[in-house]
Design a protein around this ligand. Structure first.
Ligand SMILES: [Zn+2]
Length: 400
């Protein structure tokens, strides 16, 4: 058992089963192996003399389904250099209540499930599980490396159902989270640029973002050489809400005396918002029927596809032609919601054109947005920003 346990410096004294809350526990009493090589936690030097010890109860990985508790006389060595100091052990961290092996298992579980579930699985307190996960994340992630960052994306997200916000900054090239901070105002995102420092700020070439934020002003203030690139994902989402949503509601209202036709239009909402390439054949037919029956809806839908195409223009020249055409179509559409949307979009043309020169893959922002939602759902109930932000960093640790 001692060899399986690998409790260096200790051997198994007695062991027994104990019934606790109708569960069979395995309690193992360890005792210091006489004459073992021991190391001081202070200086790392080999020390022979033992100063004193305190009995500790330490949780270990379960054996054959039974929870395991170790009784460990934790030694303080009489180090000549440091005085009384804890013994350095490779299987138990100073002041830890669980072995390193159990901690590793908890941290691995926390990567795929909630802290609460990980804690329940091992029968430990959720605060203990969270502390373990926190330490493991900090150890694995290390400090953020800000060297060589050239292209970034910034995005905001809600922490609590639209009440509190946070901002995430991502290195687009290496697909890693550089910074997460509370808030979304200029002042609240400033610490990121301050940490980056003037020299590294000057090396930023492009910043992708949603156009409805205060980020662009702050970027211009700190990063003299950066181009702001508006993110397709946000523009299309806004178009879906403000144009397609509006046109669909109007269409349904016009059909209020024709209930079956109205239902068809109402149900078509998600068909209209989805990527047409992902639709099944039957869904395509339904979509075509809805569009044929409603001209404004058809227009709004086609204009959405053309709007998306602006982000894929091969050259600035092709972009300009497509942009002018899109604006003209929007103005001539006779659809107030579309005309209004186009008017609002117009001043942002530089940031859309920038996409041609700086093809930042903004699918990354969409991916991070979705991942944050998942993390939020899993971690529900733990209102701890720092831990939440650490989990976001861990989800995008980077490549290369
Ligand atoms: Zn020492």
């Amino acid at each position: 058992m001692a060899r399986l346990g690998g409790w260096t410096g200790y051997r198994v004294g007695k062991w027994r089963h104990e019934l606790r809350r109708q569960q069979r526990w395995l309690v193992i009493e360890l005792e210091p192996t006489p004459g073992a090589q021991r190391q001081c936690t202070g200086c790392g030097q080999a020390v022979v003399a033992i100063h004193d010890w305190t009995m500790r109860r330490i949780r270990e990985l379960p054996v054959f389904g039974a929870p395991v508790e170790l009784h460990v006389p934790r030694l303080r060595l009489a180090c000549q250099g440091c005085g009384p100091r804890l013994e350095q052990l490779d299987w138990l961290d100073p002041h830890a209540r669980v072995t390193r092996r159990l901690a590793d298992s908890v941290a691995r579980l926390c990567a795929v499930t909630s802290v609460l579930h990980a804690a329940r699985w091992h029968g430990i307190d959720w605060k203990t599980a969270k502390a373990i996960d926190w330490r493991a994340l900090e150890r694995d992630l290390g400090p953020v490396d800000l060297e060589g960052v050239r292209r970034i994306a910034m995005d905001e997200f809600a922490i609590q159902k639209g009440h509190r916000y946070a901002t995430v900054v991502v290195d687009v090239e290496r697909k890693r989270v550089l910074w997460v901070g509370r808030g979304r105002s200029r002042v609240e995102i400033r610490p990121f640029f301050e940490r980056l420092g003037p020299a590294r700020c000057a090396r930023i070439e492009a910043v992708a973002m949603d156009m409805n934020t205060a980020f662009d002003l702050e970027v211009r203030q700190h990063c003299p050489n950066a181009r702001v690139v508006y993110d397709l994902f946000h523009v299309v989402a806004k178009y879906g809400r403000e144009v397609i949503g509006r046109v669909r509601v109007d269409a349904a209202n016009q059909l209020r005396h024709d209930k079956p036709a109205r239902r068809v239009v109402k149900r078509a909402h998600w068909l209209l918002l989805r990527n047409p390439r992902r639709l099944k054949e039957a869904e395509h037919i339904r979509l075509d029927e809805v569009l044929a029956a409603n001209r404004p809806l058809m227009t709004a839908y086609v204009m959405k596809e053309q709007l998306k195409a602006l982000w894929n223009a091969p050259t600035a020249w092709a972009w300009r032609a497509a942009w002018k055409q899109w604006l003209r179509h929007a103005q001539e559409s006779g659809i107030p919601a579309l005309t209004h949307f186009a008017q609002c979009l117009k001043p942002y043309w530089r940031g859309i054109l920038s996409r041609v020169r700086w093809p930042l893959h903004t699918g990354l922002l969409e991916g991070i947005n979705n991942k944050i939602k998942v993390i939020k759902r899993i971690a529900y109930g733990y209102r701890d920003d720092a831990y939440f932000f650490l989990k976001i960093r861990a989800a995008f640790p980077g490549v290369g």
